[in-house]
Design a protein around this ligand. Sequence first.
Ligand code: NAD
Ligand code: MG
Length: 392
Amino acid sequence: MTLQVTVLGSTGSIGVNTLDVIARHPDRYRVFALSANSRVDELLAQCLRFAPRYAVMADPAQARLLAARLKDAGSATAVVDTPDALEQIAAHPEVDAVMAAIVGAAGLRPSLAAARAGKRLMLANKEALVVGGQLFMDAVEQGGATLLPIDSEHSAIFQCLPEDPATWPERVDHIVLTASGGPFRTRDPATLAAVTPQQACNHPNFAMGRKISIDSATMMNKALEVIEARWLFGLPPDKIRVVIHPQQIIHSMVQFNDASMLAQLGTPDMRVPIACGLAWPERIASGAPALDFAALGALTFEEADAHRFPGLHLSWQALRAPEGTTTVLNAANEIAVAGFLDGAIRFDQIHRVNDSLLGQVQPNGVDSIEALLALDGEVRVRAHALIQELRA
Ligand code: NAD
Ligand code: MG
């Protein structure tokens, strides 16, 4: 059977890797729809190559340009430009699988639409889960969707856990998420105030989007992943641990009650978890090279230094606070990262913004996705105001 796939965020790092895996298996997958924010040239090239039924461009002016250029090229791909276009291509009745690879809370609504429509939902967009929390997981269950983690650590945990989630509480002692430590793992923390966006985006093992690259440098990426793991696997926060493993060969591990530990290993290449999500429980070629242990040498591990990475611990703090607090953390962080990339604040001030907003906004009784999105909007306004103050 050929699966019809929608790729949300197809021009990004995860989107491009997804299309690379799909292109290796034309008999198994057909691209139904593609979406991007504003890069017309890239989305046009993808449409001409994969001939999707629909394309969505979030920016309206760029959407018109894309439509004109597709027409000139004789393409049959239709540009959908309604306000709910992303939700439509995610929940379309002919779609079997959705790759959620938009960055940030902007991906929440379309990911949720795929969940409610019962799709095979391959979730790279961790922020959607950090914002949506239990309500997102409820939508997955009610919609009958199959949720497959694409974040490499969560794909690793998913592959190591027993198939039946009902057995996890009595079998699993804790999980360990591995972290690279990013580009500043060994840098003198006193010099972090002076680092530039370009230095912070220079990840040792991966070429990724700018937002997740900055999150890796602050280790806020791991903080978001702790929250992501809490919802994906229904684990209490104290059963989720983090260790730095700079080589990124072990993608994460599960410690069982008998002190046996299972780990998932592989080359650090996002096509591996993407192929796993596309084919699960089957296994297909991903294009990534296999591990060569003799060439690898040593695998090393170290504790994350709380002084260098103060943001990491905000995840456990937010998870122990009332529901909605992880939404506050995510929104603050998105604005802080954008502020750093724009040169409005220093690298070390990202944590200052996140920590201040957690202190300023204490949600209670948030009981709908609409309420979470309103909270997200409120925090963004406050975070912008704080950045203006810091700038002055
Ligand atoms: P990216 O910046 O490279 O790509 C983001 C994609 O989303 C692009 O196609 C962009 O056009 C689209 N987009 C951005 N803002 C949008 C908006 N407001 N509306 C609609 N579309 C929008 O990011 P990425 O590195 O591919 O990461 C995507 C997601 O996957 C993130 O949530 C990230 O945390 C997660 N992730 C990425 C990696 C990685 O290796 N890159 C690994 C694990 C998880
Ligand atoms: Mg990850």
